[in-house]
Write a protein that binds this ligand. Sequence first.
Ligand code: E4P
Length: 217
Amino acid sequence: MKLFIDSANLAEIREALSWGLVDGVTTNPTLIAKERAEPTALIAEICRIVDGPISVETCAMKGDEMVADARELSKVHQNITVKIPMTTEGLKATRILSRAGIKTNLTLVFTPVQAMLAAKAGATFVSPFIGRLDDIGATGMDVVRDTVQIYRNYGFRTEIIVASIRHPIHVLEAARAGAHIGTVPFKVLELLTKHPLTTSGIERFLEDWQRVPKKQP
Ligand code: E4P
């Protein structure tokens, strides 16, 4: 499974890159707003340091405006993937962009049928938002499992990005379900590497190493 980082923060992206855990990046308007930087320059810098798809969202709501916005965004770098909200206008834009060879990521997807429509429109990626469904008492991962099944049934080539990941179990379940990608916030990426027995095991080995007689230099 590929891992993307769900962040627009350059320090977080650089650190996760140094761990070898960044196959791509997803951003959204909220994440970009947090950085208080000029957005085009910020996106260009992310594209410069990461070799993989970089999702950037359009805030246009009309299909033709989304297409125009996507064309502008895709000029920033060849790895830009334009995030498009799951609406009828979004589907319209996705169909046009897919024919023009511009990569798209259908976002704010909450049902397997929405995910099927994204694939039929020719989306490169689809992003079911798992955590936001869990937040309202639904089982977000069911959407991923059903989408994997539907895509297999019909041979859709759209890749599933499991989004709105809140904790390591979401990553485990996404991998079990056979999702192509998980987009993971920095804090959760860090948690993926940790286990209390790893920490206590390292401490014990270091303590024991202190007791080993060493050759004098
Ligand atoms: C994904 O592309 C989105 O940016 C993100 O996963 C949304 O996560 P949130 O529900 O934690 O805001």
